[in-house]
Write a protein that binds this ligand. Structure first.
Ligand code: AMP
Ligand code: MG
Length: 488
């Protein structure tokens, strides 16, 4: 085992900075990962390593770094403070099982947080053990990389390392550490933390830092905090519309899991739809359906209201005026979401320039899919290639009528429209059952073949490679009791 603090991997391309530590100390706590018994690298993402300017070949031999047993050179590790509404209930949280190793500045000057997740207890661990089970960390790796390949803004996964230690959940499970890469880990909850502490200085500094790091153009605006709010609203409206267009259910859209830079973050209980059903919930703890597929746009708004509340003291000296400014900005969310959602749903049926009745056409297809339990992804891809749509849908009498109207709408543009559809309707998504099977093979048998195979197919979801096609006929429906769990 490596001694803590012993810098490892010099020359591997590490270029870590720690600008977050210029913020008031209330927002973070210096803290080191807790070494584990037996670090063993399980997965390593060469593509993202190269993007980060890291030498994949060297790092693949440095298991210690990715388990938290050694620090990369230049690392000044911290745990970040944040709060958050969890299922509507506000709590003070913070990195209870994560450590920010630093910000890697890439060869082209981009800045990414490098974070270990599952790296041991911190000041913010409350009653938790600071650890993660291997299954959920593999799941985050697969899902986040699949989302990236689908073109969705998301945190990425650099590595998963086994710890050689067991974690106690409902059962004893092998532990692992995930190395997460993010544009930053600043959340709605980070602002809520500063606001809840009534720490105006921290709030002001955090706002300035966030603008500088993610939205520098906002500094030109007359009221930069207000423009920050506008930008975050726009980013989230677009992100959630994109999730909806792919059948993605985040599953735990607590305000601490909403990133200010607009990346999808926290892959605990997320899942993709099979059959189209707006009420779909997979998460074992979401009893009310707060984070159901069809409720995501509303919850996005709810979270953004919480964000706006934290910014009030910075929007205007007069509280009433601040509220009015915030309200006006928030009122734009619905319109922004609707525009983005409409654009994406119309693109899914090959329509670029909206004409009257087009959105109704898209909506009618969704209704038919819902009534016939048709698979969301397969239906759109089948339409894109003039293959037969799922049987249940094909058999619905209104479907033939819908299809006639749709085809006449595409008219002479049909070939081009279908080509455009193939760029937005994936062949393959990370279906829950396949993901489970791949994880199980690694955790229970140390067999990486199914995972490698699945990830290979997920890499080019729109292209229809041989690997992808193979998954077309692979059974994917889970039984009705299938549930996802927070990665705790
Ligand atoms: P999450 O469900 O991953 O969004 O986590 C919500 C909060 O619980 C965050 O503050 C986490 O750091 C914390 N947390 C989750 N799991 C653990 C754990 N095993 N030990 C300590 N803190 C945890
Ligand atoms: Mg979280």
């Amino acid at each position: 085992m490596e001694a803590m603090n012993q810098a490892q991997g010099n020359g591997a391309g590490w270029n870590l900075e720690a600008t977050y530590q210029t913020l008031p100390k209330a927002l973070f706590e210096p803290c080191e990962p807790v070494p584990v018994k037996q670090p063993t690298l399980l997965l390593f993402n060469r593509a993202i390593a190269e993007h980060l300017g890291l030498d994949a070949k060297q790092l693949e031999t440095q298991d210690a770094i990715f388990a938290g047993n050694a620090l990369p050179p230049g690392s000044q590790p911290i745990a970040q403070a944040y709060g958050g509404h969890q299922f509507g209930q506000f709590n003070i949280l913070g990195d209870g099982r994560a450590i920010l190793l630093g910000e890697q500045v890439t060869p082209i000057g981009e800045r990414y947080d490098i974070q270990l997740k599952g790296s041991g207890r911190t000041l913010y661990s409350r009653r938790g053990d600071g650890r993660s089970a291997m299954g959920p960390m593999l799941r985050e790796f697969i899902l986040s990389e699949a989302m990236h390949a689908l073109g969705v803004p998301t945190t990425r996964s650099l590595a998963v390392a086994a710890t050689g230690e067991a974690v106690h959940r409902e059962t004893l499970q092998p532990g692992a550490v995930l190395t997460r890469v993010a544009a930053s880990h600043i959340r709605v909850g980070t602002f809520q933390f500063a606001a809840a502490m009534s720490n105006y200085e921290a709030l002001k500094a955090l706002t300035a830092y966030t603008i500088q790091r993610h939205y520098p153009e906002v500094n030109q605006a007359e009221n930069p905090p207000l423009e920050l709010l506008n930008q975050v609203i726009a980013k989230q409206a677009e992100l959630i519309a994109q999730w909806m267009s792919l059948g993605f259910i985040h599953g735990v859209m607590n305000t601490d899991n909403m990133s200010i830079c607009g990346e999808t973050i926290d892959y605990g209980p997320c899942a993709f739809l099979n059959a189209f059903n707006p009420g779909m919930v997979y998460s074992s703890i979401d009893h009310q359906g707060r984070y159901a597929y069809g409720n995501q746009p509303n919850i996005g708004h709810w979270n953004l209201v919480r964000f706006a509340e934290t910014l009030l003291p910075l929007l205007h000296e007069e509280k009433e005026q601040a509220i009015e400014l915030a309200q006006n900005a928030l009122d734009d969310y619905a319109e922004r979401f609707n525009v983005a959602y409409k654009r994406r749903m119309l693109a899914k049926i090959g329509i670029e320039q909206e004409e009257e009745g087009d959105f109704d056409l898209a909506q009618r297809l969704l209704n038919l899919m819902q009534a016939s339990d048709a698979d969301f992804t397969h239906t759109f891809r089948a339409l894109s290639e003039e293959r037969a749509v799922p049987l249940q849908l094909e058999a619905a009498p209104e479907y033939q009528e819908w299809r006639t109207v749709w085809e006449s709408r595409l008219g002479s543009q049909k070939a081009e429209s279908l080509e455009a559809m193939r760029r937005v309707n994936p062949w393959i998504i990370p279906r829950n059952r396949w993901v489970e099977e791949a994880i199980e093979a690694v955790v229970e048998k140390g067999d990486f073949e199914p995972l490698g195979h699945l990830m290979g197919a997920l890499e080019r979801p729109f292209e229809g490679s041989e690997a992808t096609r193979e998954f077309l006929t692979k059974p994917y429906e889970e039984d009705e009791s299938y549930q996802t769990f927070c990665g705790t």
